[in-house]
Design a binder for this molecule. Structure first.
Ligand code: SF4
Ligand SMILES: [Zn+2]
Ligand SMILES: [Zn+2]
Length: 204
């Protein structure tokens, strides 16, 4: 197996060998930034960065990464360099999806797909909850959101809710009409429902 030591020994013109090496260990952020920029031109940058990520005790700039950059990847998450040479989470996960917004950019296709997948799983989980309750209007809308026809339970709940809404609307219309004509409403209603729609309400 080729080690980083083999690579540095066999690769001529490494920037950290041809420039003042103190830049790579400087306390000055501008000097560290210069070292990082030089690393980006190095032919073994990826191997060097991976070495530093695998060996937590190394100090300074390695493979274009600072100690602080590397610390956020000590948990072993997959990484990549973005087009500006920044150490970033590899694309294709929900975390990487949110990271795109942190960097003020639109999510890539792989991250958007991962996010959609999670969204779908969450909607299916919520559907399970609604079905355990015997179906509901919420379930009806969730079915629509996952792109499928509603099941009989949720469809039934939606139809019942729509019918109830129609009855309420008809009742309010009747009350308004009676109020406009001056007829007393209280004597003709039971439990707040207009007499004309009571049989329907009781049937529902
Ligand atoms: S990536 Fe940077 S630190 Fe690593 S060998 Fe190249 S110049 Fe040196
Ligand atoms: Zn992405
Ligand atoms: Zn359903």
């Amino acid at each position: 197996m080729t080690t980083l030591a083999d690579l540095t020994a066999s690769t001529p013109g490494l920037p950290c060998r041809t420039t003042d090496p103190e830049l790579w260990f400087s306390k000055s952020s501008s000097e560290r930034a210069l070292a990082q920029a030089l690393c980006r031109e190095c032919p073994i940058q990826l191997e060097c960065a991976q070495y530093a990520l695998d060996n937590r005790d190394v100090k300074g700039v390695w493979g274009g990464t600072t100690a602080a950059d590397r610390r956020s990847f000590w948990d072993g998450r997959p990484w990549r360099f973005d087009e500006r040479g920044r150490l970033r989470l590899e694309c294709g996960s929900v975390s990487a999806y949110h990271a795109h917004f942190t960097y003020r950019e639109q999510p890539c296709g792989a991250c958007a797909a991962a996010f959609e997948e999670q969204l779908l799983a969450e909607r299916r989980r919520r559907l399970g909850v609604e079905h355990a309750k015997g179906g509901s209007t919420t379930g009806y809308h969730l079915h629509r959101r996952v792109g499928e026809p509603a099941c009989p339970l949720c469809l039934g709940a939606m139809r019942a809710a729509s019918a109830a809404a129609r009855r309420r609307k008809a009742g309010r219309g009747l009350q308004r009409a009676r109020a406009a004509s001056g007829a007393p409403a209280s004597a003709e209603t039971v439990n707040g429902a207009p007499a004309a729609v009571q049989p329907l309400a009781l049937a529902g």
